[in-house]
Design a protein around this ligand. Structure first.
Ligand code: NAP
Length: 299
């Protein structure tokens, strides 16, 4: 006789379907994280990966509507493209102009699709719960100006950081990021002198560039490992590989370090909360993420 777990994981006609769209997405560990959570919660949900080529993000939203999918996670390169096809955007998604979460909910005239962005909130939860760091009143330095940097910048400013310094290669994107942070935002030039000063005063340094993912990568923006201190928190948003040259350098100086796995898990937890109304089982999700990474031989 099949066990309870087997019954819960077998979809029926009543099963709610959620998933992730991206390109590439077959490597994603989000299905492992979400399905482990649904199973632990005992909810009749299943989560799958939908490879959607660049340029097809808006069509994927139409497909979600037609198929009645209950929720979609959205990853590169579709986060901006889906926004115009949604019926409503929550505040964070509207401010950022991107959505990483789409929720089907009952509106007055039938189903409507709502976009949200859980990346920044996920980053903050990981920072507070896993690293024990509260950004309120603290000085933060963000490396990079892409989608992840923008989410993190906005969330740190909203959490009351005393300053959010942003460094990037393209001045117009730095300015746009700084604007998101309001009065606490400031641009940092990417020259060594300005960078050293910015690292020196920062309580928190966040790498939101992909530098550190590829073999042979060094530190982003020619940062020097010697600049870090033992009383700093250094967060790399990269989780594959689990450690980066930035993490190693900061750790060598005694700084508290973390990779991006916490952010990934906490943003998924927020999606599960929005979609199912349940409190996501973080421990189960974390174990599933580590197991999925180790199955790929890279965790
Ligand atoms: P993105 O939108 O493409 O932005 C990448 C940023 O990195 C841009 O500002 C880019 O600058 C900068 N950059 C790229 N190469 C650089 C280099 N060699 N030197 C200096 N800056 C460089 O990507 P994203 O979505 O923000 O993702 C950024 C990182 O965060 C990735 O590693 C991604 O895997 C990670 N991430 C993690 C999570 C999580 O849950 N843990 C979630 C989202 C993203 P230019 O504009 O000048 O090219």
């Amino acid at each position: 006789m099949p066990g309870r777990q087997a019954l819960l994981t077998r979809p029926t006609g009543a099963t709610e379907v959620a998933g992730i769209i991206g390109d590439p997405v077959r490597h994603s560990i989000s299905p492992a994280i979400h399905n482990a959570a649904y199973q632990a919660l005992g909810v009749d949900w299943v989560y799958v990966a939908f490879p959607v080529p660049a340029g097809q993000g808006a069509n994927a939203v139409d497909a979600m509507r037609a198929l009645g999918l209950a929720g979609l996670s959205v990853t590169m390169p579709h986060k901006a493209a889906v926004v115009d096809r949604l019926d409503h955007l929550e505040n964070t998604a509207a401010r950022l102009g991107v959505a990483n979460t789409i929720t089907r909910r009952q509106g007055e005239g039938g189903w409507e699709l709502v976009g949200d962005s859980t990346d920044g909130a996920g980053f903050l939860s990981a920072l507070r719960q896993d690293d024990g760091f509260d950004p309120s009143g603290r000085r933060c330095l963000i490396l990079g100006t892409g989608g992840a940097a923008r989410s993190v910048t906005l969330s740190l400013a909203e959490a009351g950081a005393s300053s959010v310094d942003v460094v990037g290669r393209r001045p117009e994107l730095v300015a746009s990021c700084v604007e998101l942070a309001g009065a606490s935002g400031a641009a940092v030039d990417p020259d060594r002198g300005s960078l050293e000063k910015a690292v020196h005063v920062a309580d928190l340094v966040v790498n939101a560039t992909p530098v550190g993912m590829s073999p042979g990568d060094g530190l982003p923006f020619d940062l020097l490992g010697d600049w870090f201190r033992a009383d700093q928190v250094v967060a790399d948003l990269i989780y594959l590989p689990a450690s980066t040259p930035l993490i190693s350098a900061a750790r060598e100086k005694g700084a508290l370090t973390s990779n991006g796995l916490g952010m990934l898990i906490h943003q998924a937890a927020r999606q599960i909360g929005i979609w199912t109304g349940r409190v996501a089982p973080l421990d189960v999700m974390s174990a599933a993420a580590l197991a999925a990474l180790s199955r790929r031989g890279t965790g």
